[in-house]
Design a protein around this ligand. Structure first.
Ligand SMILES: Cc1cc2nc3c(=O)[nH]c(=O)nc-3n(C[C@H](O)[C@H](O)[C@H](O)COP(=O)(O)OP(=O)(O)OC[C@H]3O[C@@H](n4cnc5c(N)ncnc54)[C@H](O)[C@@H]3O)c2cc1C
Length: 491
């Protein structure tokens, strides 16, 4: 409920964070308009379909569903249906030497896999996962759920307690250094190092604080929406409509105009009290907000991705919803991405097959493969050459491990490159998760959720605090709108 008079809010962009911000403001009584340059909502949570195959084109792993449910139930009405399941098998792992491991949700089964397949002790796995949970408990209330750029955050008892425990979160070592000390088998080190990629980081540089990430999967759980990843934004869009949010599609914001203490979009006469920018902040600061953001936020981007969407003309019984095919030399692979800005000849390949879960995503006896490798952000690469080579390397690697001629089974192909991610969503240089988290102060360097110079201007999304990935984007929208409610005395 707004005190005094109605407030008008404009949201720039309808990515998952923009939708969340719109819902929160509308539920608080504001009249909300969303401007979106594309013809649909959802940003990176896109969809592509052809010849009976359906692909979620962006995120494929769903964690922290309660953040979505909180939005759908924000006004106490169950008026939007959204359903998801928890995964018992989180992911299947394959190595080039035929080693395989299944990551189960059940801790005892998971430990048995590590003991039997990789000869790693149950105690080591327990110690790591307990430490990951502890890191979560220390960092979540302060570093993720609040603004790091407001003094009030530092004045609370919760923050004080978290700071007292900072020594335990591993800011002074890299993930790889900490994991190498914890485990005996290098494959287990590689297994847990991989979680750096969940926010586009390099485990050889990123602080061991990021060893918090496995807790999201193994402590809280991995989930999958019954109707696929796109249904997350379908549900949020429907909720926003139900709350009266007005969407203007195919309407790029070329300039956010400041009009006294209000904001206007392009040359449209309507003015708004509050503007929430969901456009990547580096893109916005050199485009529609260039006159409002003084120092252009040209951050160092996180990694990007090269994705092949393949229609496969047979069933692979041995594969699950999520599958990882590891490289033999992880350090070399990350050096290729982060130092040489290229893709290694033996990349780690992630294959998500949503029809294992949602049968009608592929025609009968066929499968829809989302095949992704980590890739550098855009930096004058010869992408045609990189795509051709990487495609060949992936096919050769998967063919050897699965003992098939994979090329023969690909009947449909669509490709998403870092440049296309940049073009389609405005993500600076194709970064999947905004700015890189490869050093220990990066959390403090992210764009704050509010403008320090312009009253009424706020930010949310993957390039803003606390970071990228669906759960953090939803938290960024919550933090921004909590600040708005305080600034505008909305109860
Ligand atoms: C291939 C891929 C895989 C990923 N995997 C995962 C995963 O498994 N799990 C996970 O949690 N996260 C994953 N992520 C990250 C996650 O998708 C993002 O962090 C999140 O979706 C970003 O949401 P956002 O709201 O910040 O912005 P975006 O989704 O980037 O949306 C920004 C919106 O702004 C619009 N826009 C841009 N410029 C303008 C303009 N001038 N005027 C109007 N509108 C404009 C864009 O069209 C877009 O709709 C993945 C991302 C990609 C690309």
């Amino acid at each position: 409920m707004i005190q005094n008079k109605p407030l008008y809010t404009v949201v720039l962009g309808s990515g998952v964070a923009g939708l969340a911000a719109a819902i929160r403001m509308a539920a608080a009584g504001s009249q909300v308009t969303v401007f979106e340059k594309s013809d649909t909502y959802g940003g990176k949570l896109g969809v592509w379909q052809k010849k009976g195959f359906r692909f979620d084109t962006g995120p494929s792993l769903f964690t922290m569903p309660e953040y979505v449910m909180e939005l759908l139930l924000i006004d106490g009405k169950k008026d939007v249906h959204f359903d998801y399941d928890q995964l018992n098998t989180i992911c299947k792992y394959f190595w080039n030497d035929d080693t395989q491991l299944i990551a189960y949700n059940d801790r005892e089964k998971l430990k048995s896999e590590f003991i039997e397949k990789l000869n790693e002790s149950a105690d080591n796995i327990d110690a790591f996962l307990d430490d990951s949970r502890q890191k979560y408990e220390i960092t979540n209330p302060v570093f993720l759920e609040k603004s790091l750029h407001k003094w009030s955050t530092y004045m609370s008892w919760t923050t004080f307690k978290s700071f007292l425990k900072m020594g335990q979160v591993g800011v002074f070592h890299s993930m790889h250094q900490q994991n190498s000390k914890r485990f005996n088998n290098p494959k287990v080190v590689q297994f847990f190092d991989r979680y750096a990629t969940y926010n586009g980081s390099n485990p050889y540089d990123a602080p061991a604080t990021l060893n918090v990430i496995p807790h999201y999967e193994f402590g809280i759980g991995a989930f999958f929406p019954k109707k696929g990843m796109r249904s997350i934004v379908d549900a949020l869009y429907q909720k926003a409509l139900n709350l009266g949010v007005d969407f203007k599609f195919n309407t790029p914001v070329n300039q956010l105009q400041k009009r006294d203490n209000k904001y206007g979009i392009n040359h449209d006469a309507k003015s708004y009290d509050i503007a929430i920018c969901n456009i990547d902040v580096a893109t916005a600061s050199s485009g529609p907000l260039s006159h409002l953001i003084k120092n252009h936020q040209k951050y160092t981007p996180s990694s990007s991705a090269l994705i092949f969407y393949w229609g496969i003309n047979r069933i692979f019984e041995n594969l699950d919803l999520h599958n990882i095919f590891f490289s033999s030399d992880y350090k070399k692979e990350f050096d290729s991405i982060f130092k040489n800005h290229s893709i290694d000849d033996d990349p780690t390949v992630y294959i998500q097959i949503s029809c294992k879960f949602k049968k009608n995503d592929a025609p009968p006896n066929k499968e829809n493969w989302f095949v992704m490798v980590n890739a550098p952000y855009v930096k004058n690469q010869d992408w045609e050459m990189l795509i051709t080579n990487t495609r060949r390397h992936i096919i050769s690697k998967i063919s050897k491990i699965l003992k098939v001629n994979l090329e023969k089974h690909i009947e449909l192909e669509h490709i998403l490159t870092p440049q296309l991610i940049w073009d389609k969503t405005g993500s600076y240089k194709g970064a999947l998760y905004g700015s890189s988290s490869n050093n220990r102060i990066s959390a403090f360097l992210r764009q704050p959720n509010f403008s320090k110079h312009h009253k009424g201007l706020y930010f949310c999304g993957g390039s803003v605090h606390p970071g990228g990935g669906i759960p953090l984007c939803l938290l960024s929208a919550k933090t921004s709108t909590d600040i708005i409610k305080r600034d505008f005395k909305i109860c």
